[in-house]
Ligand binder design. Structure first.
Ligand SMILES: Nc1ncnc2c1ncn2[C@@H]1O[C@H](COP(=O)(O)OP(=O)(O)OP(=O)(O)O)[C@@H](O)[C@H]1O
Ligand SMILES: [Mg+2]
Length: 490
């Protein structure tokens, strides 16, 4: 991000669109990016001042203007030209909706789900770029702030807008869809992420399905046929339904046990539109498969690690197909696509032969399970260590979900799991879960923090071992993965 041209808007227009009060020159034109971090403000830009946890954006208004911003979107007068509004996020939404209205040829694709939105968004964007100029969020810009900020980067040259939509409650995705109405929408899965806020999987399905409810009749709803709650969303859309299947249904309502290698859909469900057949993983867990589409089939080899990226790739393929990309380009593009957002299944092999999986961006029950499956694959016949911090926002079910994840780790990996290291008190139920597997011979260790986890590993790691590092964002275990990679150089 940074420096892209946007649709030029005068301060008078911005005041009109947002219903704000102008305290600057009406003719001044915003021609640069809209930012919420004053350090990213640049020539011609607009700085949106937000109250932060530690600091208030209003205090940085003058700095943003000194860096070139034309004006500030603010809730109270600042020492700079400003448009004063009662609610800055709502004003950003109004501006973003205006930009979408001004670009009727823009093709908008939205992606939601409990896990894999960013991975799928990054894949879809890399495919869409083959068709023409594409705007997609950086990282995980998927909420009421990141979403309009992303939309505001679109301009007259933009052909495709690929958006990630997140929800922490019912109505959130509907709100994002009103800002930038998608024609194409993919729902990846319904899992336990943010279960605490939602109060259950049915509520989560209700919220995620708002994406397909927002689609027009001439659009397409891309649904994961392997997730019954997602497939059921077919009845909630006016759009044409396109399904995809990687062939291994894993309904999250089932207890966390090793997933069945394959299973067929009930007979009344039609054949999925987009499928993967013959999925194989290389020794670093990268999937190869045959992509099956109504237009024919083509071989794909992903550069992303973990079998869970196969459904993500199929969703991306289905979206790109709707955007107009041909089969050969889809297969080629998926095989060329790199991980654009960090700390998701990054696999590094140290000079001493220890492999580190840095999946520390985030964690929820399904993504922990997916990462443990990848850990098992990478460890092959060697030893695996899992360094797991807690999964946040699970509400009352948190201890039980952690115990289930620990039980899955010990049960699925068995003797290959030499050590399960739970970081912090909220992760401790992982250990109880692992101990429920009586035949598991590994060590269950609780440590208070990342440095303590590193100390435990330093005494144990040997060449050939594989270490997974994963936790919710707030635990910030990426530092542990980084240290592990440095250690070998000391
Ligand atoms: N289809 C999937 N099923 C299970 N886990 C997945 C899937 N896709 C990605 N993951 C894992 O989930 C974690 C988050 O991935 P990603 O950032 O793509 O998801 P997200 O939905 O954007 O998350 P967030 O809600 O934090 O924005 C990573 O650990 C990743 O390996
Ligand atoms: Mg994300």
């Amino acid at each position: 991000m940074g420096g892209e041209p946007v649709i030029p808007l005068s301060l008078a227009q911005i005041a009109q669109i947002t219903g704000g009060q102008l305290t600057g020159p009406p003719q001044a034109l915003v021609t640069g990016e809209v930012v919420i971090d004053s350090r990213r403000a640049g020539p011609g830009g607009l700085f949106a001042a937000l109250p932060g946890e530690r600091s208030d954006g209003h205090d940085f208004a003058a700095a943003a203007v000194a860096a070139g911003a034309v004006a500030v979107l603010a809730t109270r007068p600042v020492a700079a030209p400003a448009v004063l509004v009662p609610d800055v996020p709502a004003a950003l939404a109004a501006l973003a909706a205006f930009v979408v209205d001004a670009l009727p040829a823009l093709r908008i694709a939205g992606i939601t789900g409990s896990s894999g939105k960013t991975s799928t968004k990054d894949l879809t964007a890399q495919l869409a770029e083959r068709l023409g100029p594409t705007v997609a969020p950086a990282g995980s810009y998927n909420n009421e702030l990141g979403h309009p900020l992303t939309v505001l980067r679109a301009d007259a040259a933009t052909q495709n807008l690929v958006l990630e939509l997140s929800a922490r409650g019912v109505g959130h995705i509907a709100y994002l869809c009103r800002i930038a109405p998608p024609r194409y929408g993919a729902v990846l899965n319904v899992g336990h992420a943010h279960e605490g806020e939602f109060g259950g999987l049915d509520q989560i399905a209700r919220a995620k399905g708002e994406l397909v409810e927002a689609l027009p009749a001439d659009g397409a709803a891309i649904l994961n046929a392997d997730d019954p709650r997602v497939l059921a969303m077919a009845s909630r859309t006016a759009a044409r339904v396109v399904t995809f299947s990687a062939g291994a249904p894993v309904p999250p309502s089932l207890p966390l046990s090793p997933s069945s290698p394959s299973s067929s859909l009930p007979s009344h469900v039609p054949q999925p539109t987009i499928m993967a057949s013959g999925i194989r993983l290389d020794d670093l867990g990268r999937a190869s498969f045959t992509l099956l589409t109504p237009e024919g089939s083509a071989p794909v080899t992903l550069r992303l690690h973990g079998a869970h990226n196969v459904p993500n790739a199929l969703a991306a393929a289905a979206l790109a197909r709707e955007l107009g990309l041909g089969l050969a380009d889809i297969a080629d593009g998926l095989s060329a696509a790199a991980a654009r957002s960090r700390w998701r299944m990054e696999v590094h092999r140290r000079a001493d032969g220890v492999t580190v999986i840095n999946d520390a961006y985030n964690a929820n029950p399904e993504s922990v399970r997916a990462a443990l499956e990848a850990l098992g694959h990478l460890a092959q016949d060697g030893r695996a260590f899992a360094v797991l911090g807690h999964m946040a926002e699970l509400g009352d079910t948190s201890p039980a979900r952690h115990a289930e994840a620990g039980e899955f780790a010990a049960g699925f990996l068995g003797p290959a799991l030499a050590g399960l290291i739970a970081v912090g008190p909220e992760a401790a139920p992982l250990l109880d879960g692992a101990r429920r597997v009586p035949s598991w011979p590994g060590e269950a260790l609780g440590v208070p923090d990342g440095p303590a986890a590193l100390a435990v590993l330093a005494d144990r790691l040997k060449p050939g071992d594989v270490v997974l590092v994963k936790a919710s964002r707030e635990v910030g275990l990426e530092g542990v993965a980084a240290e592990l990679l440095l250690e070998v150089d000391r």
